[in-house]
Design a protein around this ligand. Structure first.
Ligand code: NAD
Length: 354
């Protein structure tokens, strides 16, 4: 085999393990920070306060206002508060929403972000930021927003409810799936993708059966790290484009939308990507049809499998298909309006993929 690729490693520092939250003060100190602002969602204020208490004098405040897709008003308030408090960095505790808020501050003021993820979304491993204004989400890549250090403590995920654990984990698997057939895929990143998908597919049923199973939580978080790193290293295709369009246009929940669409997007691309299908087959315990196996996994996890149950109206299918094919982007199988509309109809109805 002749290899041809460009591999650009992202600077990445991760601290992994139960109880590693206790090392957060050292991580903050190692970056030379002494006045950090802690960011979290309103629902996770207690966790945010706990982290601030652990940081002692190095924490100058807690802003518990992170929301899905980073509304510009929230970003503006967070940036103002960071300036007002003289913060020299941020600690984002939570899912993609909290990390996204930290990135919004970094984008404008250049303050370093330390991430403490509590879901499996993977934003902490990417230089991708997003901001939403008037229902329109803008995204971009900027190395300044990539967290400088990430503390993965599975104990902080014990409280993640079964439904969010399942959908957030499937969201992470989606990064691996699209990373495996990305135009800029490389052998190293493909290894990470296969192992990340394997770890999540193996651990999620155990996480959902018993949310306090620390071994399962630890394996799921390890998988989420790998899948997040794949997202940060590659260009996503049809699946992410569809989810972005569904989320932005119809305000469907992020992780649940990924869960529903993933088997169908993979079935759409599968004939064009035999090597990715082989890797996913290995990751999913030898499954002959990985798209079908992911659909069955979602069923076993009790996760949603139809866009209908997420609140989408069937008459929105043509509009979303039109938006999803409006601008060209890299995808292994040709993206056609008819093909995408068929995919969406199957996903809307919750039928098996293909
Ligand atoms: P989220 O951060 O919005 O969290 C969902 C809910 O779960 C929130 O109410 C939160 O408070 C709660 N929660 C989080 N962790 C918890 C825990 N351990 N226990 C109890 N409750 C907990 O959801 P998400 O799926 O992590 O992130 C979605 C957002 O992240 C979207 O806006 C998406 O676009 C973005 N995202 C960005 C990237 C990127 O690379 N930029 C990657 C993935 C996701």
């Amino acid at each position: 085999m002749t290899y041809t690729f460009t591999y650009q490693a992202l600077p990445m520092r991760v601290v992994v393990g139960p109880g590693t939250i206790a090392q957060l003060p050292d991580e903050v100190a190692a970056l030379g920070l002494s006045r950090v602002l802690v960011l979290c969602s309103p629902e996770q204020r207690d966790t945010g306060e706990l982290v601030a208490a652990a940081l002692g004098e190095r924490a100058v405040g807690v802003l518990a206002e992170a929301r899905m897709h980073v509304p510009v008003e929230v970003a503006a308030r967070a940036r103002d508060l960071a300036l007002e408090l003289g913060a020299d960095g941020c600690v984002a505790v939570g899912g993609g929403s909290a990390v996204g808020l930290g990135k919004a501050i970094a984008l404008e003021h250049g303050l370093p972000v330390i991430a403490v993820p509590t879901t499996y979304a993977g934003s902490e491993m990417t230089p991708v930021w997003g901001l939403t204004e008037g229902g329109q989400k803008r995204t971009g890549r900027d190395p300044r927003v990539l967290p400088r250090s990430v503390v993965y403590d599975p104990e902080l995920t014990l409280s993640l409810p079964p439904d969010l654990s399942a959908t957030s984990g499937m969201n992470a698997i989606a990064h691996a799936v699209e990373g495996l057939y990305a135009p800029d895929a490389t052998p190293i990143v493909s290894l990470m993708a296969e192992e990340g998908a394997r770890a999540l597919a193996a651990s999620l049923p155990r996480v959902v059966a018993d949310g306090t199973d620390l071994d399962a939580r630890s394996e799921a978080q390890y998988g989420a790290w790998l899948c997040g790193a794949v997202l940060g290293a590659t260009t996503m295709s049809l699946h992410h484009k569809l989810c972005h369009t569904l989320g932005g246009t119809l305000d469907l929940p992020h992780a649940a939308t990924h869960t529903v669409v993933l088997p169908h997007a993979l079935a759409y691309n599968a004939p064009a990507v035999p090597a990715a299908v082989a890797a996913l087959s290995r990751a999913l315990g030898g499954a002959a049809d990985p798209a079908r196996a992911l659909w069955e996994l979602a069923g076993r996890l009790g996760a949603p499998r139809s866009l209908r149950e997420l609140g989408m109206a069937e008459q929105d299918v043509p509009r979303i298909a039109g938006l999803a094919v409006a601008n060209p982007y890299a995808n292994p199988a040709p993206v056609t309006r008819d093909g995408v509309e068929r995919l969406l109809r199957t996903a809307w109805a919750g039928q098996p993929p293909g």
